[in-house]
Design a protein around this ligand. Structure first.
Ligand code: 0RA
Length: 668
């Protein structure tokens, strides 16, 4: 906890006035209740520190002053964020007579970029708490600012206590000359009369705050920066991980912005036409940007929305406006062109959204974030903005691209037919009362307990493994459903076909909570649905098919945290007359370190274990490790699934080969 600087005679903060004390009390509040400012003190909160600093650089980019952000994970666990924005202002702050604006930004809550002139019109950052929070939760922060021709530096220790007041440490270097394509100057950094501006923030998170650890996950940073790069056309991110000598610098820059985002999400799918549609509009400082394309696939959830750079996974007014206007526009167009006759029913939204990939990005001056995870946009005015833009501009796009428009309408018409066929198929099944849980599948060995909270369903690949699992289980709480062969690939199958698949039907019956839009997680018969398949590539494939099925057709089950992946061991070794199982390479290496000469067998399949072994290694709640499947980052998950499951066989093969070991740990 930060000490009162006045208690320490050696502290340079001695010269600070009453306002500085106030300032430190603010940071003290952050240290007392960090969760209130960064959501949690777990890995999510830890990464939030990086987002806070990077958001400031992105704000500079949005205001038109920053073109590049360099993020470095330092060897000693700190993080450095360097941008070429205007630099945090270095003059004396009007409200705090003895502090520079830069010191205020680093030590006063909410000071961010919101004060004085030159403040941002539209700001990112879900919490928007500002860099001072990063300061409060770090053991050390170092800042360098290039501005007004000078390089300035300051630093803080122990949760925001001044270590070195802002001072000039030299001249700012010359500004980089931007070299256009084909020009002869190839030396970046050459004098052009101007000096560089920008901010460098280096921080070391406080392990006393982040008790679960202070290790940053590179992939998390890459995914976030990629999203930001898509949403800010032309902005260039560089990521370096100095902890890993093998790490190759990641550079992310998309000059096509959200159009590139759509292409990227569609990358592994078969696009219906070459060009990505795009339009934007503006009203009273709020802006909307939309890019869209259709692919030949059947999913209906390809709309991804963002507000001020935040992925609004719970949707909101911008999404609503788009959906309404999309449905309206396609129906109006189809009627005008005579594809739908007067007496015909309208196409439904889901028909039109089949195969659609769209990015909706809005910037809102005063965003209202609502919902459970504060990721739903509540501004009603944004709905009309998006609706109006879509009504006008999408219609224009259809008129200008008649071939594409026709393909869209034809696809939607086919989807409508399939929807009607599915309703009929569903009714047939319901008549047999299969979907309502009255009939349980014959292959299911159900558990005795009727309390979903303690009941577990093991979905086991193959009949022989299914047999072992039935023998091994605790019949009171564990149900076993053997699944034969590969279930239908749901990414590619329309719902009407899925109802005809025996494996899919038995899954739906066993879980007993319905399917698709009718899925009701409260009716689920098990709070743990555990996928148990071999630890090899075939097992990975089946696991992925099942995960895709749950993700697409029973998403609330995934969101509730009810879906798990069991981890059968990969290796076994004989020790005397007993056998020891080790779950992965790490466990094997650890074992080898203490038991030289052990010979390992790579296990080929679950079928090789008898019931006792299966219980011991994989099912015993006392010993097993289950991986909980999460549905975070739907946009990225969409892509992972698409790569794995989509029509593009080549990229699917490549993905599975590249990730053969990881696929079983697939963390959607
Ligand atoms: C306050 C005001 C202005 C910019 C910033 C803060 C700022 C903060 C950070 C943090 C990391 N990089 C940053 N870049 C800028 C506006 C500057 C002006 O009006 O000139």
């Amino acid at each position: 906890m930060a000490k009162n600087p006045l208690d320490n005679a050696d502290n340079p903060a001695d010269s600070y006035s009453a306002s500085s004390i106030q300032v430190l009390e603010g940071l003290e509040a952050v240290r007392k209740r960090p969760g209130m400012y960064i959501g949690s003190t777990g890995p999510t909160g830890l990464h939030h520190l990086v987002w806070e600093v990077v958001d400031n650089a992105v704000d500079e980019a949005m205001a038109g002053y920053c073109s590049r952000v360099d993020v470095t994970i330092l060897k000693d666990g700190g993080v450095q964020v360097l941008d070429d924005g205007r630099g945090i202002p270095v003059g004396i702050h009007p409200k705090y007579d003895d502090l520079t604006a830069a010191e205020v930004v680093l030590t006063v809550l909410h000071a961010g970029g919101k004060f004085g002139e030159g403040g941002y019109k539209v700001s990112g950052g879900l919490h928007g708490v500002g860099v001072s929070v990063v300061n409060a939760l770090s053991t050390r922060v170092e800042v360098e600012i290039d501005r007004d021709g000078k390089r300035h530096a300051m630093s803080f220790v122990a949760g925001g206590q001044p270590d070195r007041k802002l001072e000039v440490i030299g001249d700012a270097p010359a500004a980089a000359v931007s070299v256009a394509d084909g020009e002869s100057i190839d030396e970046i950094g050459e004098e052009n009369g101007r000096t560089r501006t920008g901010t460098m923030v280096r921080f070391w998170p406080d392990p006393a705050v982040f008790k679960e650890g202070i290790e940053f996950r590179t992939q998390t940073l890459v995914e976030r920066f990629q999203m930001m790069a898509f949403l800010n056309a032309g902005l260039e991110f560089h990521l370096i991980d100095e902890r890993d000598p093998e790490f190759e610098e990641v550079v992310l820059r998309y000059d096509g912005g959200i159009k590139d985002f759509v292409n990227h999400l569609n990358g592994s799918k078969e696009a219906m036409f070459e060009q990505v549609g795009h339009y934007s509009d503006e009203d009273g400082g709020d802006t909307v940007d939309i890019a869209f394309s259709w692919n030949t696939g059947y999913q209906t959830d390809g709309i991804h929305s963002f507000a001020n750079g935040i992925n609004t996974i719970e949707g909101g007014m911008h999404e609503q406006g788009f959906r309404t206007a999309l449905t309206r526009t396609v129906n109006a167009y189809a009627r005008d062109k005579g594809v739908i006759k007067e007496k015909d029913d309208n196409l439904q939204g889901e028909d039109i959204r089949e195969g659609l990939t769209a990015i909706i990005s809005v910037r809102v001056v005063e965003p209202q974030f609502e919902g459970q995870t504060k990721s739903k946009l509540g501004n009603v005015s944004v709905r009309s903005l998006v609706e109006k833009a879509t009504n006008e501009r999408l219609r224009e796009w259809f008129e200008e691209n008649p071939k594409e428009a026709k393909a869209v309408v034809t696809k939607a018409t086919n989807a409508a037919k399939a929807r009607i066929a599915a309703t009929q198929a569903r009714q047939t099944i319901r008549r047999k009362s299969a979907l309502d849980g009255a009939g349980l599948p014959g292959k299911l060995a159900d558990c005795q307990s009727k309390d979903p909270a303690e009941s577990e369903l093991y979905i086991v690949e193959g009949n022989s493994a299914g047999g072992s699992a039935k023998e091994a289980r605790d019949p009171r709480t564990m149900a076993i459903l053997p699944i034969r062969g590969k279930i239908l690939n749901v990414e590619r199958a329309r719902i009407d076909r899925m109802f005809k698949n025996a494996e899919v039907i038995s899954l739906i019956q066993a879980i007993g909570a319905g399917l698709g839009e009718e899925f009701d997680v409260a009716k689920g018969r098990y709070h743990k649905v555990i996928l148990l398949a071999d630890a090899d590539v075939d097992g990975s494939h089946i696991r992925t098919l099942l995960l895709t099925f749950f993700f697409r057709q029973m998403r609330p089950l995934v969101e509730a945290g009810y879906v798990y992946v069991a981890q059968p061991p990969l290796f076994s070794t004989e020790v005397g007359r007993s056998k020891i199982y080790l779950k992965d390479d790490v466990a094997r290496d650890a074992y080898l370190a203490t038991h030289p000469n052990a010979e390992f067998q790579r296990l080929k399949g679950l079928g090789e274990m008898d019931a006792d072994e299966l219980w011991e290694t994989t099912m015993d709640p006392e010993k097993r490790t289950l991986l909980q499947v999460t549905a975070e980052q739907a946009a990225i998950a969409d892509e992972v699934f698409a790569v794995l499951m989509g029509d593009d066989v080549e990229s699917r093969k490549k993905f599975i080969q590249a990730n053969a070991d990881d696929v079983r740990f697939l963390d959607i």
